[in-house]
Design a protein around this ligand. Structure first.
Ligand SMILES: [Zn+2]
Length: 476
């Protein structure tokens, strides 16, 4: 009994301390920030009615859009929006954020990572490109820590949605090869705090079905690959509540004729099952380029912003470049063509498309490729409005955060991108960024340019320390 009493006292004290610190946090938030006002700006709200507010004044305080065309507070910081366009912060629905690594070799208890990533350097790429929300599709416990650093304001970066990956077969990570193990893996992932489940290529059919069913029972949405086991029986993968396919080529792999009629048939299966599509067109474009040669990777103007270890991997241990034969080139050329047919077919019959890049895959530079992806959607047949919806309102709704982000409306979070030109005239205008509001911070073009040039400088200065082959040899 005595022990219990002490325990309650301790729990009480902890709760009390927590309340104090939470209160301190919210006070810090309210007293520190002066309101921001963007004056005379054209607001592309991205609401479903596609309302555009010309020459509007947007008032932001404590990271919330307080009013549009309301009274300007006296102490506000004024941002001139004349001739500019304001869009909601972009959402990348398929990314892989690196975490600290190591130690390499035999590991003793107490030994943590030895190869550290500066997560701010990584997130700077998203900030610079107006990407204010990302969906990590292979999340680990470290990602919760990264998210908290962003929440605390120690790192400026996007909000993060986290999916736990479940695969079949043998090897590292969460694996399940029976229905019961699949269900248990879902329940464990939920208990660990993951918000979504990613299904992967080596699951068998029975386990895949069980995972999708259990995730729905547990209130978790599912996204992922189409397991290899469904080859020749694509229809069977469309079980109720399979929420989203993570790459267009997961479907393309099942194509036989690679024509538009076949794409339409697949789009109809998605539609009937209410499964959404995250195409990641930029990844397959890059795979094709790298299969042919590494020249485009070497010439990438954004390569200098990529961590030197990653640069080294892309240039010296590029797995796609190792498949350089004419049959593989022809295969991926067909994939690129059919992926485009799929996007067009999905648009035509109303399958929701959400923008994702698979950033982290070789040559797919985080942040910058978001704009490439949108450009590819327009080339495939989407209007600029539809492309922008795929990176704002639609993914916010799928993630279940449509009440706080995804459109520009009063009382929503101020995830905002100020553009120098109208993205509806040309989708490439999403690249013309004058400034970004992210997690209550206003980062103007000047600050973005400084952050990027410092990042490039650091990457360049540290090249020798991060040779891929040297580090991988230590691992053995
Ligand atoms: Zn991926």
């Amino acid at each position: 009994m005595k022990f219990r009493k002490h325990l309650y006292a301790l729990v009480g004290f902890l709760t009390f301390s927590l309340l104090i610190s939470l209160n301190g946090y919210s006070q810090r938030q309210t007293t520190k920030q002066t309101p921001f006002v963007i004056k005379n700006v054209n607001v592309i709200t991205m609401t479903s009615s596609n309302t555009i507010l010309e020459n509007a004044t947007v008032i932001i305080s404590n990271n919330i859009i307080q009013s549009i065309n309301g009274v300007i507070p006296k102490n506000a910081t004024i941002i001139d929006g004349k001739g500019k366009w304001l869009i909601p912060g972009l959402i990348d629905m398929h990314v892989h954020i690196p975490t600290d690594g190591g130690p390499f070799g035999p590991k003793l208890p107490t030994q943590g990572a030895t190869l550290f990533m500066d997560i701010q350097n990584y997130m700077t790429l998203y900030n610079a490109n107006g990407v204010t929300t990302i969906f990590d599709l292979g999340s680990r416990v470290e990602h919760f820590g990264q998210r908290n650093e962003i929440g605390k304001g120690k790192v400026i970066g996007p909000r993060m949605a986290l999916a736990a990956m479940i695969d079949g077969g043998e090897g590292q990570g969460r694996r399940a090869n029976t229905a019961e193990d699949g269900r248990q893996a879902v329940r464990s992932a939920k208990a660990e705090g993951y918000e979504f489940i990613k299904v992967y290529s080596d699951l068998n059919i029975e386990t895949f079905n069980a995972i999708i069913d259990e995730a729905n029972k547990q209130g978790l949405k599912t996204i992922g690959h189409i397991p290899e086991a469904f080859q020749g029986k694509l229809k069977d993968v469309f079980v109720p509540h399979f929420g989203m396919i993570a790459h267009a080529e997961e479907l393309t792999k099942h194509a036989i004729n690679f024509n538009e009629a076949e794409a339409k048939g697949m789009a109809e299966m998605l539609k009937k099952n209410e499964t959404w599509l995250c195409p990641t067109l930029i990844t397959i474009e890059w795979i094709l380029k790298q299969v042919k040669s590494l020249d485009d990777t070497k010439a990438l103007p954004t390569l200098k912003y990529v961590h030197p270890l990653t640069q080294s991997k892309w240039l010296t241990a590029n797995k796609y470049n190792q498949w350089s034969d004419s049959a593989t080139i022809a295969k991926f050329e067909n994939y690129v063509k059919f992926n485009n047919y799929l996007v067009k077919a999905c648009k035509e019959i109303g399958v929701p498309i959400v923008a994702g890049t698979d950033a982290g895959t070789s040559s797919v530079v985080p942040g910058f490729t978001m704009h490439d992806e949108l450009e590819l959607y327009v080339a495939a047949g989407l209007t600029p409005q539809e492309a922008l919806a795929s990176a704002t309102r639609l993914p916010a709704n799928w993630l279940g955060i449509g009440s706080i982000v995804g459109t520009i409306e009063i009382n929503k979070l101020a995830d905002l991108v100020l553009l120098d030109a109208n993205p509806f005239d040309n989708i490439n205008n999403t690249r013309k960024i004058a400034g970004v509001f992210i997690n209550g911070k206003w980062i103007d073009k000047k600050k973005i340019d400084i952050a990027l040039s410092e990042l490039a400088k650091w990457n360049n200065a540290n090249k020798d320390k991060y040779d891929w082959k040297t580090i991988m040899n230590k691992k053995k």
